[in-house]
Design a protein. Structure first.
Length: 277
């Protein structure tokens, strides 16, 4: 049994400590569970896309867990996939991430399982690294399929909210034109778990043999700033994934004691003022 603790959307900064008190309960939970791997599915920082101090501070926090860990970037870490956004993903922002957290995409084989981390902020961006990542992902997924390895995917944005064939949901999920290759791999049965963050809601559901986990943020919930139809429960916490040798998955939402239920609506003008920060 491979145990992976997913944490996500911590939104921590040494200069904007609005949500920083929630790190201690999550870190305590991680140490108590002592999983085989901690995976952070992005928005580690408040503004790592522009503030290198945020990246450095959060790397220090992750190392302080004294547990094996990996991370994939979110929009507040490397910028948006929208090329017109004031903080669009670019080479500089990705290079800063990689200097502090390692490659923006990664592969780990653990027992029979293949764990794949992806940079969701490239998907639909048109950046040259988008095609490179898609080609790489196609190769490592094909290898897993050929050798019978079950796959767990980790990325910041969910591939979709309710249905893989749904229309684009803009900010809230991977654009339809970019999700296709990954959806096809899921439909072929190789991918058994897709774990994401970004929505600041918590939801676990199964679809055609694959578990989809919208990980609970430990930073804050979003009230009226999010569309009313965003699926999932507005709760804070973390997600434990139990990956069995036979390829089955059990995922559990966890709510450690001591979390403060912050609401971004109350402080968005301080944390993310209108100019895009």
């Amino acid at each position: 049994m491979l145990r992976i603790l997913q944490i996500t959307d911590t939104h921590i900064s040494p200069t904007k400590p609005h949500f920083a008190s929630n790190w201690a309960p999550v870190a305590a939970l991680a140490r108590a569970i002592a999983p085989d791997l901690v995976v952070h599915t992005g928005d580690v920082t408040v503004d790592g896309a522009d503030m290198v101090e945020d990246l450095a501070h959060c790397r220090w926090l992750m190392d302080g867990l004294e547990l094996p860990w990996a991370a994939v970037p979110g929009n507040h870490d490397v910028g948006s996939e929208n090329p017109d956004h004031i903080q669009a993903v670019n080479d500089l922002r990705i290079s800063r991430w990689e200097a502090h957290f390692g490659p923006d995409r990664w592969l780990r084989d653990a027992g029979p399982w293949r764990l794949i981390g992806l940079n969701a902020m490239l998907m639909g961006s048109g950046h040259p690294r988008e095609a490179e990542q898609a080609d790489w992902a196609g190769e490592v997924l094909a290898e897993a399929e050929a050798t019978g390895r079950p796959v767990a995917l980790f990325l910041h944005k969910p591939l979709f909210l309710n249905d893989p064939d749904e229309d684009d949901r803009g900010y809230w999920s991977v654009p339809g034109r970019a999700r296709g290759p990954y959806v096809e791999a899921i439909r072929r049965g190789t991918v058994k778990l897709v774990a994401s963050g970004h929505l600041h809601t918590a939801r676990i559901f199964r679809r055609d043999g694959t578990v989809f986990a919208f990980g609970a943020s430990s930073g804050f919930i979003v009230d009226k700033l999010a569309p009313a139809d965003i699926p999932g429960e507005k709760r804070l916490g973390a997600t434990l994934h139990l990956l069995d040798e036979d390829g089955t998955v059990e995922s559990r939402l966890l709510s450690p004691e001591g979390l403060d239920t912050y609401v971004i609506d109350d402080v968005v003008h301080e944390v993310y003022p209108p100019q895009g920060r």
